[in-house]
Structures are given as C-alpha cells and as structure tokens.
Design a protein around this ligand. Structure first.
Ligand code: SF4
Length: 258
C-alpha cells in the first residue's frame, strides 16, 4: 500500500564522519521500501511517498554548502513506485541544476531512465548486490531487478561516462560469501571503480523473519546463522575484511567512496 504524505523537512545532514557513502547531506524521497528485502527493516507493507519533497528541496537547498548529497541511503530512491511518481527524478534535476555533487545508492536498474540527467555531471552511482544467484536474489530481494540486470545497468551507466561502484549490502555469512569474488570481478569488468560493503545485521523483527525463511531454504545455514547472531545483531567474530581487500587489490577495485 502506498500513502502520499507531506513532510516538514527533507534534507538531513551527516553528523559523524561518513566513510561509507562519502557525503554531507542525505535525501530519501520515500519512507520504507517496496523492494522488500528480507534482511531490511525498511521493507514494509506501507510505503510513504514524500510528495512535497521537490518543494521542500527548493526551499532547503538555499542554506546548503556545495557538498555531496547522498540519495537513497536509508530507502531505495529507485524503488518500484518511482517509475510512476518520478519524485527522485525531480529531486535530481533540482540538485543538478544547482550544481550539487550526488551519490546515488540503488538496487534498481530504473536509474537508467535518468541517464540523460546524470551523464556529464558530478555524479556517482553505486549498485547494491548481495548475491549473483538469481533464485537466491528472488528470495532475498523479491522486488529487485535480478543481479544480472543490475550489472547490465552498471555497465550502461559506466559506458555513458558516469562513475559507478558496487555495494555488497549485505555480506551474508555462509550464504553469499562464495559470490564475493565474482561480484567484484564482474562489477569491475562492467566499469565499477569502487566497492563498499557491510556485514548483515539482524535487528528486531527482521532477525526472526530472516532466520525463519532461511530455515526453509537451508536449515544448515540457518542454524549456523542463528548461532553467529545469538549474542548480537552483528555477526560476532565473523570477519572477511582481509579476503575482500585482497580481492579488490587483485581486480583493481578501490575500497571506499574516495
Ligand atoms: S532495496 Fe534497500 S531499502 Fe529497499 S528493502 Fe532492500 S535493502 Fe531495504
């Protein structure tokens, strides 16, 4: 279900140093997300569309410094409803008209629609992947374009001269770690120059929902995850940073936004 809402404020300022997305301001055109990833707390039945976001942006932009604006860090700015609402497109037009650098994070190839706006500008687009397995992707990210479609979109944007990257969001212990090398290799071949990643976090209701569905997919992996996340919402003791660093070095991929 979609609800169109009027909000009082659009732009949030990054308060602590942001090493993941590399920006100063955050804009999320939507509250919650219809891509409905199994591991995400933004996946909800009701999606709120900030219909007055462009008007707010025109007002709030006057007090901003010329620094990078991150689009879609909490909820995907190219989720399914964007095809109809075009709010993200309007926001991008305003920001680019005013000369703001932009970093977009998305799981959707709908961003290809806006290539005309994004090319030849100070823009970066980071495509989020968690697996390369189409069937697993349909289970984990039911309304997202397939990983192959995201890689195709990444390639197309890169060919248009738009700087691209890949985000392994999230690295899922035991389940998707075997895909990491190919994710880095294929996204590099498609033109991505940077990689960011985060380990799966299982908070609140998401934990039981995720582990329940994993239990049906692979009881063995579900049991290992249950143990790994028994004391914390983070994977305690699990760390493959060195392997990811080595793979990035081998394939010429930079870790981090800058
Ligand atoms: S696309 Fe991103 S914001 Fe949307 S449900 Fe998936 S992880 Fe959450």
């Amino acid at each position: 279900m979609y609800r169109w809402i009027s909000c009082n404020r659009l732009i949030n300022e990054v308060t602590k140093e942001d090493k993941i997305f590399g920006g100063k301001y955050l804009i999320d055109p939507y509250q919650k997300c219809d891509i409905s990833c199994l591991y995400c707390d933004a996946a909800e039945d009701t999606i709120y569309i900030k219909y007055n976001a462009p008007d707010l942006l025109r007002k709030e932009i006057k007090s901003l410094k010329k620094a990078t604006v991150i689009i879609g860090s909490s909820t995907d700015a190219y989720q399914m409803i964007e095809k109809e609402s075009k709010i993200t497109r309007e926001i991008l037009s305003i920001l680019l008209e005013e000369g703001f650098p932009i970093h977009i994070l998305t799981k959707s190839n709908l961003v290809e629609r806006d290539i005309d706006l994004l090319k030849e500008r100070d823009v970066r687009v980071t495509f989020s992947l968690s697996t390369l397995d189409s069937n697993l992707s349909k289970l984990l990210e039911p309304n997202a374009p397939l990983p192959s479609q995201r890689l195709e979109a990444l390639k197309r944007l890169s060919k248009e001269g738009i700087r691209t990257g890949v985000a392994i969001f999230p690295v899922i212990p035991f389940l998707t770690e075997m895909d990491i090398e190919d994710m880095i290799k294929l996204s590099r071949e498609a033109g991505a120059s940077h990689l960011i990643y985060e380990y799966l976090e299982l908070k609140g209701d998401v934990k039981e929902r995720f582990l329940h569905i994993m239990g049906k997919y692979s009881p063995e992996i579900a049991n290992k995850l249950r143990e790994l996340y028994s004391e914390s919402y983070k994977p305690k003791g699990y760390n493959i940073d060195d392997r990811i660093k080595a793979l990035c070095k081998a394939y010429g991929m930079r870790i981090g936004y800058e």
